[in-house]
Design a protein around this ligand. Structure first.
Ligand code: SAM
Length: 278
């Protein structure tokens, strides 16, 4: 009977290669093979550190099929490492099925912690970090995206989203539309890389900054949005959102009266709160 190997789940850098933990290198040297989301990408990372190791492809399209075989290999005594292209495996990345299968088979699964874009962004955002909800990527289609966001309007925890360059503008537009342009947020772009930028402000301000400057639409993004305040705050947010929409079509006093009625917020908190919330 063999002693089973260990599955090491190893975080890799999200930009700056200096962020790879020294222990990650030790593990890469010691394991029988490294399961990688994109073997070419990981080969380059290893080459940077002067390593050449056996690599196995494990991505969203073959993970189900591969997991059982890899668990057999672990049970037979081989240790393996699991990496994704960047950051922490399983966080909006493959690996969940393999980790679950390994745990179910009684194989030891051990982390080598390191970079994670969401946590790196949270650590510099200056937005309450005691309770937060990681929402990963929003749906690509506008309707589904707005529906997902609408379900989060009353969420009081800080919200974390991943976003890509080709959707950041529409995403910020929908976030401002659904949460209200005044909701505080941070956009963290290209963390640990040359063009690292952390912008904070209201959602309306972030949306305007991204619309005005094509450079702010390049790279990889984490968007962090402050949670809804207590009930009274939530009513004012909702009231202002309604006021902004209604005042596009109605005189301000009528828009404020209707928005106050519909949201339960005091009218004077809405009147004159502006169209920038739309
Ligand atoms: N597993 C990774 C982690 O631990 O962060 C995330 C992988 S997910 C497929 C890639 C997304 O993470 C990007 O689209 C972006 O939203 C975010 N991301 C990755 N690197 C980043 C960086 N350097 N700066 C900002 N966001 C980043």
């Amino acid at each position: 009977m063999h002693t089973p190997g260990t599955l090491h789940v190893v975080a890799t850098p999200i930009g700056n290669l200096g962020d790879l933990a020294p222990r990650a290198l030790e593990i890469f040297r010691s394991v029988a093979a490294i399961c990688a989301e994109d073997t070419r990408h990981t080969r380059q990372l290893l080459a940077h550190f002067g390593l050449e190791r056996p690599l196995l492809a494990l991505h969203q399209h073959n993970e189900d099929a591969q997991a059982a075989q890899l668990v057999q290999r672990l049970l037979s005594g081989d240790s393996l490492a699991l990496v994704s292209d960047a950051g922490t495996p399983l966080v909006s990345d493959p690996g969940f099925r393999l980790v679950r299968a390994a745990r179910e088979a009684g194989v030891r699964v051990s982390p080598v912690p390191g970079a994670c874009a969401a946590i790196a962004a949270l650590s510099v955002a200056g937005i309450a970090s005691d309770r937060f909800a990681f929402e990963g990527f929003l749906p690509a289609k506008g309707g589904a995206r707005r529906e997902r966001l609408s379900g989060l309007v009353g969420e009081t925890r800080t919200l974390l989203f991943y976003e890509s360059a080709h959707r950041i503008e529409e995403a910020l537009h929908d976030m401002a539309g659904v949460f209200g342009g005044e909701r505080r947020a941070v956009m963290a772009r290209e963390l640990t890389k040359l063009f690292e930028t952390v912008l904070d402000g209201s959602l309306a301000e972030l949306r305007a900054a991204v619309a005005a400057d094509p450079n702010q639409r390049r790279g990889e993004f984490v968007v962090i949005i402050e949670g809804a305040g207590d009930d009274a705050d939530a009513k004012v947010h909702e009231g202002r959102r309604l006021y902004a929409r209604l005042s596009e079509h109605l005189p301000p006093s009528t828009a404020a009266k209707l928005a106050a009625e519909l949201s339960g917020a005091p009218r004077k908190a809405l009147y004159g709160s502006g169209r920038e919330n739309a």
